[in-house]
Design a protein around this ligand. Sequence first.
Ligand code: 6PG
Length: 255
Amino acid sequence: MKPEASIILCATLAELAKRAAEKIRKVIHDSTAARGICTVALSGGETPRRLYYLLGDEPFRTQIDWSGVQIFFSDERMVPPDSAQSNYKMVKEELLSRIPIPADNVHRILGEIDPAEAAKRYEAELKQTFANASPRFDFILLGIGGEGHTASLFPGTDALDIQDRLAAAVFVRKLNTWRVTLTLLVINNSRQVAFLVSGKEKAPIVRKVLSTAVPQQDVPASLVCPRYGNLIWMLDADAASLVKDEPWMTSTISS
Ligand code: 6PG
């Protein structure tokens, strides 16, 4: 078990989404109070849908001051923003279209253009938002694929080794598609990274990642290890079903 990781365990995805919404509400409040800004990177996929919907609903919608929140994306599929495959489209439908956030605070990866150009423009927006310092996100939300990918950092792709760029265009052979992703350089510089994982089908990869403290190149999610930040695994009972009896489990569950 990674010594710096903590686990939040909830019975169902509905409860997990609520806990995650509460955590994000606290991150936004504390970061904005401390620095006048809160920088967040949101993942795509299906798991966070309910969380995003909750954040756009009462009471979270009104309780959160969205004016100081800068929203980025952990990754994007290289499709137009109105494509059913677009992470931006999902986040816009579930959250962005339902909260009073200034349009300039939402930093979309341009899925409709050349991948390398999209990565370059995304990196420029990151540099602009972080005033050319190394981007240190207040909160990055990630998911995990069954084979251990996270964001669009897939096993065997050269994006895993990038240490001089903030975002990268990646050709994912198994999907035969291009993606743009945040690099580990950015992810591991953040103040807080949370994996949101639900469902029995994710239990084997959760066990594989959590039961070893050693990062493994063939399991990109295991390479997520914030140097100066917190790593949290937010799991529902199904996703945690193969680790629930591990001795380290109880000691790492945070309230
Ligand atoms: C994406 C995501 C990706 C996702 C995992 C889990 O673009 O698909 O960013 O990294 O988080 O694939 O996806 P599910 O939540 O759908 O299982």
